[in-house]
Structures are given as C-alpha cells and as structure tokens.
Design a protein around this ligand. Structure first.
Ligand code: 5IU
Length: 253
C-alpha cells in the first residue's frame, strides 16, 4: 500500500471514477477542500447558508431525512446553486443493509436519492456484495465508511483493513472516511473538524484541527458542520476553514 502524500493532480490520475476526478477538479479550481455539512432541519435555512458560502466549498453534505419540509423544489433549487457555484451534493445516507434493501432505499421512497445526489455514503458492514448491485449511475460516486470519527467506534484494525480492501475493489467507490492514512487510490474524507481545542470531545464525536487531518492523516477533504452553521458569521468562518484546509494541504508535503 502506497501511503506517501501525493498532490491532488497526481491523485486525479489514480482515481478512475468521473465523480472523483470532478471533485478534485473543483477543489483545484476553487482552491477549496471544504465540504459543508448542513445538518439543519429546514430547507430555507440550508438554502440561505449555501447561497452565502457556496463559493467556498467543493461539496455540500446533507442528511436529507432530517429535513422536516423536504421537497423536490428544494432539491431543484439546491441543484441549480450547486451547478452555478460548482460544488457536489453529498447525501450522507450511510446505507448499511443487505444489497436489495440498499437498492430500494437508494432509488425509492420519498427522497429518491439516486435522482439528485452526486455522492452517497455507505457502510460495508454487510459485506462487499451489499454495495455491488445497486445499479448506481456513472455520475454517482460512493464513499465507504471504514472508520468513524466517534469515540467508542466498534471498528478495529481488522475491520478497517477489510473495509478499505472492499473500497479499493469496487469501481464505484471514490473514497472513504477513516481516521488514518489510506491507499492513494482512495480519496480520504475527514469529518470531526473544529478549530477549537475545547471541543475535542463533543457529545461522543471527536474533533481535530484541519492541520492534524492533513498533516497526520493525509486527508484530502475536510467535512465541517456546526463550526460553520452555529457561528455568528458563517461566511467568514467558512472562509477561515477553506483557507485553513487549503494551507494545511499545501503544508502537508
Ligand atoms: N459524520 C461524522 N463522523 C463520521 C461520519 C460522519 O461526524 O465518522 I462517517 C458526520 C456527522 C455530521 C458531520 O453530519 O459528519 C459532522 O458535523 P459536525 O462538524 O457538526 O460535527
């Protein structure tokens, strides 16, 4: 396994999936590796924030099932903004069932995730086959969850090694969430990001500074939620995370 830090340009050559390539292109063009996690329950609030900080992010991560007033007009607005401001839509659904159920949850129900998401998250707890026959269009990439950021997570080294292997062997997978360096053929996404030391452990989630994510773990993309949406000035704070993430990337070689 090759774990030496490589640049976004080099990584783009190693990632064959078009969505993985696209995400890297956006990052390079907008000089941002920041993905905003909009864990908010009203669509208006999400749209307001996205209008405010869309220029600073390469991805918007949603939990679509927490949005109380979910509608396809919301999705259409979001899609339009994402095309205009150039960022990808991530649905953090964390599919975790057997393949046939994952399939139904991906394509059906009220959210019809496969009709709008660019990237979706999946667990591989149910084994490699559970993410193999989902009939995912070529314009959707998968992110596997190999190792979460939470305290007391149950994944041990053996589980993580197997999850990473499944990720490498599945051509729909663009990357993974893990708290360690991973193979350079995968993009590494890091949630649990905060500037403040005093929030290291918050309600069972653990947080690190962007510097640690890039320099110690060779992360490619940081995912930031409450640090931005709970702040008094999301625009300035988002810019601070964008800048910190970008500088941390540049300093990680
Ligand atoms: N998230 C984590 N840790 C993980 C995974 C996902 O925090 O290991 I996989 C999600 C949860 C939340 C977002 O939607 O990332 C982080 O938001 P905050 O920055 O507000 O903690």
């Amino acid at each position: 396994i090759q774990k030496k830090r490589i640049s976004y340009e080099e990584k783009k050559e190693k990632i064959y999936h078009p969505i993985g390539k696209k995400l890297i292109e956006i990052a390079l063009k907008k000089k941002t590796n920041l993905i905003f996690s909009a864990d908010l329950i009203y669509s208006k609030k999400i749209l307001e924030l996205v209008n405010l900080i869309g220029d600073k992010i390469c991805g918007l991560k949603l939990h679509v099932d927490i949005i109380s007033d979910f509608s396809f007009s919301f999705i259409n607005f979001l899609k339009k903004i994402s095309l205009k401001k150039k960022f990808l839509l991530f649905e953090d659904r964390k599919f975790c069932d057997v393949g046939t159920t994952n399939y139904l949850q991906l394509h059906h129900g009220i959210h019809k995730i496969s009709s709008w998401a660019d990237v979706i998250t999946v667990h591989v707890l149910a084994g490699s086959k559970s993410i193999e026959n989902l009939n995912i269009p070529s314009n959707i990439g998968l992110i596997t969850i190999s190792e979460m950021s939470s305290y007391g997570r149950l994944s041990d080294d053996n589980y993580i090694r197997k999850a990473l292997n499944i990720s490498l062997k599945n051509s729909k997978v663009i990357g993974t969430v893990a708290q360690r360096k991973v193979d350079n053929r995968l993009l590494l996404f890091t949630p649990g990001i905060h500037f403040s030391d005093s929030i290291k452990n918050y309600k069972g989630n653990s947080y690190i500074h962007p510097n640690q994510a890039f320099i110690k773990k060779n992360c490619d993309f940081i995912i930031v939620g409450k640090a931005i949406y709970q702040s008094d000035n999301p625009k300035i704070v988002a810019e601070n995370y964008r800048k910190a993430g970008w500088i941390a990337y540049e300093n990680s070689f």
